[in-house]
Design a protein around this ligand. Structure first.
Ligand code: TXA
Ligand code: MG
Length: 326
């Protein structure tokens, strides 16, 4: 642990993407740390997508006040199939455009090994196979799918060089692999194939004109009220079916307790983080809500979560879940 931190913080943050540096970066990822890496579109801020706490650390580093779902990167189509359900159309798009600047939103498989935090509680997952030699080598070396949003602070523009990453993330800049400027320079095009009609969620590096011959006209939220909303104003976010009571000190009879911190009861509840760590709590949030959301349960009482750092995103999510809009 101490050794790892010494290499991380005492040396340069930006590393030329040599074979050795890629191996080193893979070890950081396997240890649950963040690594920024180049893709053909923009630089991504990567974490082991199967590690809840590592994924939560992405939101902390980006300073995101909400949990938006993240794109998960795979080395190839076959490995993506272990995480999500591919329809025949999804397979066709993957065969035509992967590796490349196309992200597909598909239903999670029942045995999907990816952190629920990557889906922000939805039953879908955004997947992509990047077309960049450094990204491919890193995915293979680390042997885990990588969750990676663009490697910038929330609300800033996406970085297309290693220097942009360092400038934007500042002290939160992790190990940065430098693979030179990104070729495409625009984020991937996001197509949602999880619903009844294929929908364009985000125009991007792969032109819609080359996708639509295969999919037919894509529904767009701005001209089709039935098209899936882009996350952010998402109404499709997972909300528990039972009532949520926030800032509770204890559970009432019939309620389950979602606890936080060392002062909570030791038994009969789930604790987001007994040591009061907000990153650990964020990593556990969606999985624990799902466990407690049982038919017949008289509600979920949630203990207060400090409203700072990742606690702001946790409280945003809990508040929205407590006041269902539909
Ligand atoms: O080019 C890219 O896509 C870059 C590189 C690093 O791969 N990544 C990127 O990630 O731009 P990010 O997190 O900045 O953007 C992810 C987009 C967001 O618009 C998000 O709302 C959407 O994908 N998204 C992710 N998962 C989703 C899901 N399950 N359902 C709907 N939209 C999803
Ligand atoms: Mg972004």
């Amino acid at each position: 642990m101490a050794e790892r931190h010494r290499t991380l913080h005492d040396g340069e943050t930006i590393h030329a993407a040599t074979a050795d540096a890629i191996e080193d970066a893979a070890k950081h990822l396997q240890a649950g740390e963040l690594v920024a890496f180049p893709t053909e579109t923009v630089y991504g801020l990567g974490a082991d997508a199967t590690n809840d706490e590592a994924v939560a650390a992405i939101f902390a580093a980006k300073n995101r006040p909400t949990f938006n779902p993240l794109i998960v990167h795979f080395p190839d189509h076959a490995s993506a199939r272990a995480a999500v359900e591919f329809s025949p159309l999804a397979d066709e798009l993957a065969q035509c455009f992967w590796p490349g600047a196309l992200t597909l939103v598909l239903k999670r498989r029942a045995d999907c090994p990816i952190s629920l935090l990557c889906s922000a509680g939805l039953d879908t997952l955004a997947v992509r196979v990047p077309d960049h030699p450094v990204a491919s080598a890193l995915l293979k070396a680390c042997g885990r799918p990588l969750a990676a949003p663009s490697a910038n602070k929330s609300e800033e523009i996406s970085p297309t060089t290693a220097e942009h990453v360092a400038q934007s993330l500042g002290a939160n800049a992790p190990f940065i692999l430098n693979g030179g400027p990104c070729g495409v320079g625009l984020e991937s095009t996001v197509v949602d194939l999880s619903g009844d009609v294929p929908a364009l969620l985000r125009p991007g590096g792969l032109a819609v004109e080359v996708i639509e011959p295969l999919t037919g006209p894509l529904a767009r939220p701005e001209n089709d009220p039935n098209a899936p909303k882009s996350p952010g104003q998402m109404t499709r976010h997972y909300a528990p079916t039972v009532a949520l009571r926030l800032n509770a000190e204890r559970a009432n009879p019939g309620e389950a307790l979602l606890a936080f911190g060392p002062d909570a009861p030791r038994r009969g509840c789930l604790n987001l983080s007994r040591k009061g760590d907000l990153t650990e709590a964020a990593g556990n949030l969606f999985a624990m809500l799902r466990i407690l959301d049982q038919p017949g349960m008289g509600g979920i009482a949630v203990m207060p979560i400090p409203n700072k750092g990742l606690g702001i995103a946790i409280n945003d999510r809990l508040n929205r879940a407590a006041t269902p809009t539909q």
